[in-house]
Design a protein around this ligand. Structure first.
Ligand code: 3PG
Ligand code: MG
Length: 397
């Protein structure tokens, strides 16, 4: 599928309403991770280079249709100016006179950020009237917010249908990485699916089984699969009520020639606590008063063998309780191996999801992955095989 890009539209002198996702973490009034802000720079610069006027539309947090002063996008302004290396104007509202006046006052070469779109009820309702108010402000629409594309909101969906609409550079990069990894990938393809709960990853597993050659299952989810095979997992995080579902997934994987890679040994401890005394036992031998917090060395070696044989890797979710050391060991080892295979040109590696990216950053391997998505929910929904409304609404090339 090919969508129009900034190269397909005439931007000279045009006001380009550019939907970005700068929903970034903030502590004490300062942005603590500017990655999403940095990743929109190529789009803003390209619009400027083509003579367009970038007017940035974005949401921040979840104010639920009301003006919440603590959720003003003004907080992102210093980080945005630093990333772009130029001043950025700000309008107190994303529609109406405040927005229109700020756009009229924007000099050539200038960049304008509009206030939080979610201050208006019409945003999350994908309200056509609110979208028309947004559309009235500009000539062209560019969506660079892949990570918000799973939301059918006015600034991500309805607006795209009212103006010539194209994908920004980050949107293009995200889509192209995901297509390379799943649409027509080099085989074998391995997916890592980790995290606490099977119940949140059912659709993901269901879709991946038909597409990839093996799935490494990690984190709390793996315990549910072990328990479904009749193994006692002690005090481990486990969704016992999902046993039937887990068995159905195993049967489906068998029929599709997709290998599920489950832990063969595990690291167990008495408490969910950093530095908690721990030992390595067989996956079938978790003592009743212990919990599984990571995969063990034999499991790491098995994962390494699967990675070595693979040509493509898609990663969503950690393999253990990576946030409390030393239970980050399996996640780190696998991440470092994926990074080194990628560096050697032997693997295309794509990762996404908030926890995943935090884990890859912590292991120092994120920079060596072929692509690290800025998206959490949108990445997951794409892997689930869903159509993302913000992508579907763009004009096709
Ligand atoms: C995100 O941070 O995942 C996106 O910006 C979407 O935000 P939301 O989950 O509040 O819709
Ligand atoms: Mg979210």
């Amino acid at each position: 599928m090919a969508w129009k890009s900034l190269d397909d539209l005439d931007l000279g002198g045009k006001v380009v309403l550019t939907r970005v996702d700068i929903n970034v973490p903030v502590e004490n009034g300062a942005v603590t991770d500017a990655t999403r802000i940095e990743r929109i720079v190529p789009t803003v610069k390209d619009i400027l280079a083509k003579g367009g006027k970038p007017v940035l539309l974005a949401h921040f947090d979840r104010p639920k249709g009301k003006v919440v002063p603590g959720m003003s996008l003004r907080v992102a302004l210093p980080a945005l100016e630093a990333a772009l290396g130029q001043p950025v104007a700000f309008a107190e509202d994303c529609v109406g006179p405040a927005a229109a006046e700020a756009i009229a006052a924007l000099p050539a070469g200038g960049v304008l950020l509009l206030e939080n779109t979610r201050f208006h009820k019409g945003e999350e309702k994908n309200d056509p009237e609110f979208a028309a108010e947004l559309a009235a402000l500009g000539d062209v629409y560019c969506n660079d917010a892949f990570s918000a594309a799973h939301r059918a909101h006015a600034s991500t969906e309805a607006l795209a249908r009212l103006l010539p609409a194209c994908a920004g550079r980050l949107m293009q990069a995200e889509l192209s990485a995901l297509e390379k990894a799943l649409t027509d990938p080099a085989r074998p393809v391995v997916a890592v699916v980790g995290g606490a709960k099977v119940s949140t990853k059912l659709e993901l597993l269901g879709n991946l089984i038909g597409k990839v050659d093996s799935i490494v299952i990690g984190g709390g989810m793996a315990n549910t699969f072990l328990a479904a095979q009749g193994i006692d997992v002690g005090k481990s995080l486990c969704e016992h009520e999902m046993a039937d579902t887990a068995r159905a997934i195993m049967t489906k994987a068998d029929g599709a020639n997709c290998t599920l890679v489950l832990p063969v040994d595990v690291v167990v401890a008495a408490e969910f606590k950093a530095g908690s005394p721990n030992e390595i036992v067989a996956a079938s031998a978790c003592p009743p008063d212990r919990m599984i917090l990571d995969a063990g060395p034999a499991s790491i070696a098995r994962i390494a063998a699967v990675f070595s044989a693979a040509r493509t890797l898609v990663w969503n979710g950690p393999l253990g309780a990576f946030e409390i050391p030393p239970f980050n060991t399996a996640t780190d080892a696998a991440a470092r191996q994926a990074a080194s295979l990628t560096r050697a040109g032997r693997l295309l590696s794509v990762a996404g999801g908030g926890d995943t990216v935090a884990a890859l950053n912590a292991s120092g391997s994120a920079a060596d992955f072929s692509y690290v998505s800025t998206a959490g929910g949108a990445f997951l929904e794409w892997l689930e095989g869903k159509t993302l409304p913000g992508v579907a609404a763009l004009d096709q090339a």
